[in-house]
Design a protein around this ligand. Structure first.
Ligand code: KIV
Ligand code: ZN
Length: 516
C-alpha cells in the first residue's frame, strides 16, 4: 500500500472531538457537522460511539442514513455487544465501517482492563471476526499502541489482519510519541508483520506535547501510513487530536515533499471550522494555523509592503484557498429574500424548511437595520443562532437595557416572556453581562451552573457583531446557547436565553464519556 499516493482523511471530530470536556453535541448538531464534512469530501466520518448511549446510537444512525459521499464509521469496544450496537446503527448507510479497539500497552492491560496479554489477543481476534461477519470494512486500533511492546503488538495485528481487518490504526493515545521514533515504530511494525500489506495503515495522534500533526506526518513519510485520523480545529481529549486543516494544508502546500493527494475541498475548511466552533463553544485561538483569525493577517509594515508587491513574499497559501471569504460586502438593507437565500446556498448553508428561511431572513433584516454591511461571517452567525434554537422556545427576550460607568455598579433590566406572558426583572452585577445574567436568572430561576461564557468578534472592526456562547449545566445535562448581535450585551442575553430554552427542551447532548 505504500506506493499509493492517496492519503485517506478520517475525521473524528464527532467522536474523539466530542470527548473534550464540554464539547458534547446534540443529534441535530452532529447531523449539521456531518453534512459539512461530507461537503468537504472527508473520506471517513467517525460519527460517534453507538454503544455509549441511546442518543449517540440515534445520532450515528441518522448520519449513516444521510451521508452518501463519505464512509461513516462508529467506534466500538472489542466485545460483541458494542460491535452489534455499532452494526445496528450503521447498517442502513451506503458505505460504513466498524472501528473496534482494545488497549495493548502493559499499563492499560494490567491496570485498566485487568486482562492478560493472551486474553487481549483473543478478545481482539474474536471481535474483528464478529465485525467482519457483518461488515467488509473493519478498522482495528490497539489503544495506547505507542507504549505497547512491539513483539506483542505484532502478534495482535497479524492476528486481526488474518481475521479481515482492512485498516490498522496506530493510536498515540496519550500524546507520548516523537515524530522520528513514531515513524520508525510504524515502519518496523509493517516490515515485521507478514500480512501487513493486506491492510491500510493509519495513525491517530493526540497533542499532549504539541506534536500530533508532526507525528502523523512522520508516520506517513517514514512509516508508510496512508490514513490520518484528525479533527476540525484539533478538537479532542485533553490537548486535542491532530488538526485536519493543518494536515491537509501541509500535504497540499508542500506536495513537492509529501507527494500525497487528498480529495478534500479545502475551501470548506474555514466554514466547517466556524460551524464546529459555534456548536461546541470552543473558540479558535487567533494564531491557530489555517483557521485562526490572524492566520492570514499581516500586521507589520515590512510584511504588508512585501505582500502588496508580491503575495508570495510572505504567504505560502491564500486565505481564499481555505475558504476565508474576502470580506466583501455580500448583502445590505435592500437585499431581498431570494438574494439572501442564494448567498446562503453559495456559502454552503442549507436550512431545513421554508419556515427556517423566513425566520433567518427576518433576523437578517433586523441585523441590516443596525449594520450597513453584511458579510458572509454575519450570515453564518445568524444562521447558527437559528439552527441552534430549541424547537420549543419557553423563554423569549422581549427587551433589555443596562447602565454602567466608571466607579458605578452596573445595573440591568430585562423583560422576558414565558409562554407569552411578560416578566420584568432588575439586577446589579460585577459587570453589565453579569448584571444581565443575574436579572434573567431572577426570572427564569433555572439554578443552572454557568460553565462557559465566550465572546468572539464575527468580522473585523468595531461595527462587528459579537458572537457569544454560553454553556449551562444542570442535573447532568450540559447545553450551549449561541447569540449574535452588534451589541455584545444583547448577544450575551440572547445566548443565555437560548441556553435556557435548550435546558427546558428535550434536546439531549450526547457525551459518550459520561456514559461509559
Ligand atoms: O486515542 C485513542 O487511542 C483512541 C482510540 C479509541 C482510537 O481514540
Ligand atoms: Zn483518541
Amino acid at each position: 500500500m505504500s506506493g499509493n499516493t492517496n492519503l485517506i482523511i478520517f475525521d473524528t471530530t464527532m467522536r474523539d472531538g466530542e470527548q473534550s470536556p464540554g464539547a458534547s453535541m446534540t443529534k441535530d448538531e452532529k447531523l449539521r457537522i456531518a453534512k459539512a464534512l461530507e461537503r468537504m469530501k472527508v473520506d471517513v466520518i467517525e460519527a460517534g460511539f453507538p454503544a455509549s448511549s441511546n442518543g449517540d446510537f440515534e445520532a450515528v444512525r441518522a448520519i449513516a442514513n444521510t451521508v452518501k459521499d463519505s464512509t461513516v464509521a462508529g467506534l466500538c469496544r472489542a466485545n460483541d455487544r458494542d460491535i452489534q450496537r455499532g452494526i445496528d446503527a450503521l447498517k442502513g448507510g451506503k458505505s460504513w465501517r466498524v472501528h473496534t479497539f482494545i488497549a495493548t500497552s502493559p499499563i492499560h492491560m494490567e491496570k485498566k482492563l485487568r486482562m492478560s496479554p493472551e486474553q487481549v489477543l483473543e478478545q481482539a481476534t474474536l471481535s474483528v471476526r464478529y465485525a467482519k461477519n457483518a461488515c467488509p470494512d473493519v478498522e482495528f486500533s490497539p489503544e495506547d499502541a505507542s507504549r505497547s511492546e512491539p513483539d506483542f503488538l505484532c502478534r495482535v495485528l497479524e492476528a486481526v489482519i488474518k481475521e479481515g481487518a482492512t485498516t490498522i490504526n496506530i493510536p498515540d493515545t496519550v500524546g507520548y510519541a516523537v515524530p522520528q521514533q513514531f515513524g520508525e515504530f510504524i515502519k518496523n511494525l509493517r516490515e515485521r508483520i507478514p500480512n501487513s500489506d493486506k491492510a491500510v495503515w493509519s495513525v491517530h495522534c493526540h497533542n499532549d506535547l504539541g506534536m500530533a500533526v508532526a507525528n502523523s506526518l512522520a508516520a506517513v513519510m517514514i512509516g508508510g501510513a496512508r490514513q490520518i485520523e484528525c479533527t476540525i480545529n484539533g478538537l479532542g481529549e485533553r490537548a486535542g487530536n491532530t488538526s485536519l486543516e493543518e494536515v491537509v494544508m501541509a500535504v497540499r502546500t508542500r506536495s513537492d515533499f509529501f507527494h500525497l493527494a487528498t480529495r478534500l475541498d479545502a475551501t470548506q475548511i474555514v466554514p466547517t471550522s466556524r460551524l464546529v466552533s459555534q456548536i461546541t463553544g470552543f473558540v479558535v485561538q487567533p494564531n491557530k494555523a489555517v483557521v485562526g483569525a490572524n492566520a492570514f493577517a499581516h500586521a507589520s509594515g515590512i510584511h504588508q509592503d512585501g505582500v502588496i508587491k508580491a503575495r508570495q513574499t510572505y504567504e505560502i497559501m491564500t486565505a481564499e484557498d481555505v475558504g476565508w471569504s474576502t470580506n466583501k460586502i455580500v448583502l445590505g438593507k435592500l437585499s431581498g429574500r431570494s438574494a439572501f437565500k442564494q448567498r446562503l446556498k453559495e456559502i454552503g448553508i442549507e436550512l431545513d424548511s421554508e419556515d427556517a428561511y423566513n425566520k433567518a431572513f427576518q433576523r437578517f433584516k433586523d441585523l441590516a437595520d443596525k449594520k450597513a454591511d453584511i458579510f458572509d461571517e454575519d450570515l453564518q452567525a445568524l444562521v447558527a443562532q437559528e439552527a441552534g434554537a430549541a424547537t420549543e422556545e419557553h423563554w423569549a427576550l422581549v427587551t433589555m437595557s443596562q447602565a454602567s460607568g466608571m466607579g458605578e455598579r452596573p445595573h440591568a433590566t430585562v423583560v422576558l416572556s414565558e409562554a407569552g406572558e411578560e416578566r420584568k426583572a432588575e439586577a446589579q452585577g460585577d459587570g453589565p453581562v453579569d448584571a444581565t445574567f443575574k436579572a434573567i436568572e431572577s426570572v427564569a430561576k433555572s439554578g443552572a451552573e454557568l460553565l462557559l461564557y465566550s465572546v468572539n468578534a464575527v468580522t473585523q472592526g468595531t461595527e462587528s457583531q459579537g458572537e457569544v456562547t454560553v454553556r449551562l449545566a444542570k442535573g447532568g445535562r450540559v447545553v450551549n446557547g449561541v447569540g449574535a448581535d452588534t451589541d455584545v450585551i444583547v448577544a450575551s442575553a440572547k445566548a443565555y436565553v437560548s441556553a435556557l430554552n435548550r435546558l427546558s427542551s428535550k434536546m439531549e447532548r450526547l457525551n459518550p464519556q459520561h456514559q461509559l
